[in-house]
Write a protein that binds this ligand. Structure first.
Ligand SMILES: Cc1ncc(COP(=O)(O)O)c(C=O)c1O
Length: 708
């Protein structure tokens, strides 16, 4: 993109420095720097904000994803304040999105040729520049307004007056969605440019940023929110409430900083000393994490002492000083070939120089492998799922129901929550897409239950994972999968298989659907599409889906199909697919997976703490015995204590995670290039630690945690 630094240069520097990229337990100066500059951009643009406490930042991978998070936060806030002011009734059309340039088309509703529209996020009224704005401000009585003007100074006087009236309303939550180009306009009016009218009430509660701040070179998005409304989300259980696989990541943050330097060199130079301080001082960086990013992450990093020395990552391990740790999480199933592949940038540059159309090549390869003709880019698993749902619902209109399976996980953005079935994730951020039916695939009578739903509800699309990765590494019963596959025509629904976790060779083949002999209408892949370098996900779908969606909702379908994605992301993915073919990755993963399962079962045989070891390929779950006395007494803390002990292993320390829905199930998702020796080491570490008694582990954990 013109004028912006080449993201591959940023990538090369990151790789040369072996800076960890997709690793949460890393006190990352790039993340700290990005949070600091986002905060300063907000206080420079909106001087009223200067008088507040520092405002925390949420990092996302697109403007749309950040807006989704911002609305969740705003709804959560409104919901809690409505609860406290007893009995206050909820208002219809709670959100007003003023989006005259249609920067967020199809965000809240799907428009059809018939003139009808299907609300995807209920109670959001969108004003896209048509109709009388004063009338709008008179008739709308909600609590959250989003201003997405490209140039607020050039709007007609009537519109400016209406917005000025709106933002004067007491108690209204104001979200401003800015772009790099719109910032100077907001700055001018908020500094009381008298010619622009009375903007004295303009003081946003949340500011949303999009990828114009990285010139579209790498996925980027963020919001900065008022400290007092974001604080409840930064504490305890809610701290990972809106987290995503790809955030935070080093590449997007470094590229954001590099773009800030180019876009405004003088301003950037003034920030430089503070940025340098973050690189030089661990305490300064902790302070930024604590106030602007994630206090719980800052605490955790301190507890595991990953801030004691320089952290680097390459291949299958990361190092803190001289101590190396095997990365059994690998960005949560994101890695094909380990951290910071040293030859990646040269390989990508060579393919760029050869003039190859990376998108066309990736699409050709994926279509050949899956039979699905359309490949649409997204910036995260959640946004890929949203694309799949939009296409499916457009294709199936007037059918509107989505059948999802309990225990399923599909991401945390507002529409993606359709497939995330745990109530806790959905509480206080609604209303969400309402036409959802949930069925339990593990019930003994699952088939009868599914049949009963399909007989009574005109289901548009069935959304399913094949292994519930977040839900405990649980493979769906084959008879349920077969039933859903075989009954498609009879009941007229589409089959959408979410392979964000199981796809990209994680279980062996490119898609797990292949092993189940499934031919879905829509598929999503993500995580390893990034190869732990470049955030990117995809939605794949059939010609028939696109044809039908195009007939019913031509504008939205065209917009989705025209999504470009980032050129470098396509190249990284092309590189990954090419290498996978050359190295026969499916066979490699199948064999490594079998070895790992055999080795784990051997080493953990007779271990009282372990109840089950399961999985496919290199997606492995180790279920701890929840009925043990330790679990009954200490709850999920037991998992954390054992994970800590794995990190503290003297000879072969191991980083592992647990399933978000089921903290007693450990999840192992190592790089797909894991070697035989590493499989042996990982199994031995797990043997050494899981055979220890809880008392011993608890004592050792408490000792470690007491040090600071
Ligand atoms: C099956 C599935 N779908 C969607 C997602 C959401 O992906 P992301 O975190 O990239 O938004 C995940 C994440 O774990 C997933 O496992």
């Amino acid at each position: 993109m013109d004028g912006f630094p080449d993201v591959l240069d940023t990538c090369r520097r990151m790789i040369d420095e072996r800076q960890p990229n997709f690793l949460r337990l890393y006190l990352n100066p790039a993340v700290g720097g990005a949070c600091l500059l986002l905060n300063r951009l907000v206080s420079r643009t909106f001087p009223c904000v200067l008088f507040r406490e520092p405002d925390p930042v949420f990092l996302a991978t697109s403007g749309e994803e950040a807006l989704s998070g911002a609305l969740k936060l705003a709804r959560f806030t409104v919901c809690n304040s409505a609860e406290s002011s007893a009995g206050e009734s909820r208002v219809r059309e709670q959100v007003l999105l003023l989006d005259p340039q249609s920067r967020f088309p199809d965000f809240a509703a799907l428009p059809f040729v018939s003139g009808a529209a299907l609300p995807l996020i209920p109670e959001v009224r969108v004003w896209n520049g048509n109709g009388d704005p004063e009338e709008l401000s008179r008739t709308w009585a909600g609590g959250i307004v989003v201003l997405a003007f490209d140039n607020i100074r050039s709007v007609a006087p009537g519109i400016a007056r209406a917005v000025q009236q709106l933002i004067r309303r007491p108690g209204l939550l104001v979200i401003i969605a800015v772009t790099r180009e719109s910032l100077p306009h907001w700055e001018l009016i908020s500094r009381q440019d008298v010619a622009a009218g009375d903007w004295s009430s303009l003081c946003p509660d949340i500011v949303v940023f999009d990828d114009s701040f990285t010139g579209g070179t790498v996925p980027f998005g963020a919001f900065v929110a008022r400290q007092d409304i974001y604080r409840p989300w930064m504490r305890g259980k809610r701290s990972t409430f809106h987290s995503t696989t790809f955030q935070p990541n080093t590449l997007s943050c470094r590229q954001f900083l590099a773009c800030c330097r180019v876009a405004d060199p003088e301003w950037f130079d003034r920030q430089r000393p503070d940025l340098k301080r973050l690189e030089a001082s661990v305490e300064a960086l902790h302070q930024v994490y604590r106030t602007l990013f994630s206090p719980s992450l800052s605490r955790l990093i301190r507890k595991v002492r990953f801030d004691r020395d320089r952290m680097t990552a390459s291949g299958h391990e990361f190092r803190v000083g001289r101590k190396g740790y095997f990365d059994g999480v690998a960005g949560v199933a994101c890695s094909l070939r380990g951290h910071n592949p040293p030859t990646l940038v040269e390989e990508v540059l060579a393919s760029r120089r050869s003039g190859v159309d990376a998108r066309a090549d990736v699409s050709r390869r994926l279509t050949q492998a899956t039979g699905l003709t359309h490949v649409i880019p997204a910036t995260s698993g959640a946004t890929a799922v949203e694309t799949a749902l939009r296409l499916a619902l457009a294709a199936q209109y007037p059918r509107t129901h989505v059948l999802v399976l309990s225990g399923g996980y599909a991401g945390k953005t507002l529409l993606a929550l359709t497939g995330t079935t745990r109530a806790w994730y959905r509480e206080q951020v609604g209303p969400l897409y309402p036409h959802v039916v949930i069925c339990d695939p593990f019930a003994p009578d699952a088939i009868e239950r599914l049949r009963a739903v399909l007989e009574s509800v005109p289901v548009a699309v069935v959304q399913t994972e094949l292994i519930q990765g977040v839900g405990g590494v649980r493979e769906l019963p084959p008879d349920v999968v077969n039933f859903l596959h075989q009954q498609r025509e009879h009941y007229g629904y589409l089959l959408f298989v979410d392979e964000i976790q199981t796809g990209m060779f994680r279980t062996g083949p490119l898609l797990m659907s292949e092993s189940c002999r499934l031919m879905p209408d829509l598929v999503t892949i993500g995580k390893a599409t990034s190869d732990m370098v470049f955030p990117m996900s995809l939605t794949l779908c059939s010609e028939a889906v696109v044809r039908s969606a195009g007939e019913n909702a031509p504008q939205s379908t065209t917009r989705l199909l025209q999504r470009a994605g980032c050129e470098s992301g396509w190249h990284v993915l092309r590189n990954a697919l090419e290498r996978a073919e050359q190295q026969n990755l499916p066979e490699q993963v199948r064999s490594a997976g079998e070895q790992l399962l055999v080795s784990l079962r051997r080493e953990l045989a007779g271990c009282r703490m372990v109840r089950d070891i399961r999985g496919r390929g290199l997606l492995i779950g180790i279920e701890l015995n929840r009925r043990s006395l330790a679990f009954r007494m200490l709850g999920p803390a037991v998992s954390r204590l054992y994970l800590l002990e794995l990190l503290k292993h003297r000879e072969r320390p191991l980083l592992m995670g647990f399933c978000q829905f089921e903290p007693h199930v450990f999840k192992l998702t190592p790089p797909l290039s894991i070697t035989g020796d590493e499989i042996r080491d990982v199994s031995c570490t797990l043997r050494d630690v899981l055979h220890r008694s809880v008392l011993k582990v608890a004592a050792s954990g408490l000792k470690a945690l007491a040090v600071r």
